[in-house]
Structure formats: C-alpha cells, structure tokens
Design a protein. Structure first.
Length: 173
C-alpha cells in the first residue's frame, strides 16, 4: 500500500464510488442520495481552493483503496486553524490499517500547514472509527443526540478532536 495525493482526473470516479457506497449502506455520511460525477468537480475544486489535501491509499496496481481529506471546520475567520476531516475506506479493504495510515498522514499534513485542531464528526454507532481516533490521540469533545435521521432512526453524532502543537505563532485576522 502506498499513500499518494489524489487528483480529479485519476481518482474522482473511485472516490465517488466509495462515497456512494457509504451513503447507501452506512451512517458514515448523513446523505440520502448518491453523489454525481459533476459533484466531484466542485469537491476537488473546493479542496484545491482551500489548499486542503486529498490523500489516497493505493495498491501496487494503483487501485484506490481509501481516501481522506479535510476542509474548513466552520466558515468564520477565527476558525482558520481548525479543520474537519473525513476518512473513507472501500468496503473490501476495511480493517487492514488503511484508515490509520490515512489519518496519520492527515495529522502530518495539518502540522505542515500550521493548523491547530482536527475535528472528526463521527456517528456514535461507528465504534471502529471512534476506536481509531482514540488510538491516535483524539478525544471525545461532545455528542449531539439525535442530530440526524437515516435508515428510520435517530443518529447521535460525536465530535472527536486532536489539538496539535502548531502553529508556533498564531495571529488574529
């Protein structure tokens, strides 16, 4: 397995398939409808505009096994050192350490960009993702009960945060 930077041209179709499988079968995404190929154009453009990484785990043949990224936590200037991240692994490759490798790379990328906090917003029934985040130093910062409704039931969402030692000299404005 190698970790690479993803591009729209090379990886949008595989990322879209992973997104849509998660939408259809899980509460990892609180979407109802599959995303479209056109949505990936905007998704990659937003990542590029914000200088946010899109990293992927690929096998020896270059097949995308999973991906991760982050983006703005909230759209107010004082949150500029905080990002919300997401990690998705293809259903056939879960439980093999890919999520861990991708999350470790996201933490490295955030440090390199002088960010201060990563936030994972996780469905509280997703024990695997919660355990992964806790193993990598994320702490539970709170739960919003019944924040979403999918598959005929209310969903609780937890916020998991990791504070980094960067930036060295944060500034207002």
């Amino acid at each position: 397995m190698n970790v690479i930077s993803c591009t729209h041209a090379a990886h949008a179709e595989a990322i879209l398939a992973i997104f849509n499988e998660a939408i259809a079968t899980s509460t990892a995404l609180y979407d109802y409808q599959p995303r479209t190929a056109d949505s990936m154009v905007a998704w990659f453009a937003a990542k590029a505009a914000g200088n946010y990484p899109v990293i992927g785990a690929v096998d020896a043949d270059g097949t995308l096994l999973g991906f991760a990224s982050y983006g703005p936590f909230r759209a107010f200037p004082a949150y500029k050192y905080s990002v919300e991240h997401s990690i998705y692994v293809h259903r056939e490759h879960r439980g093999q350490g890919l999520g861990r490798a991708l999350l470790e790379r996201l933490v490295e990328a955030a440090r390199a960009q002088d960010l201060h906090m990563l936030v994972g917003v996780i469905d509280m029934a997703n024990s695997g993702s919660i355990a992964l985040h806790e193993q990598l130093g994320f702490r539970h910062a709170g739960t919003l009960q019944q924040a979403g409704f999918k598959f005929g039931r209310w969903l609780d969402v937890g916020f998991y945060q990791r504070i980094l030692d960067t930036p060295g000299a944060p500034v207002d404005g």
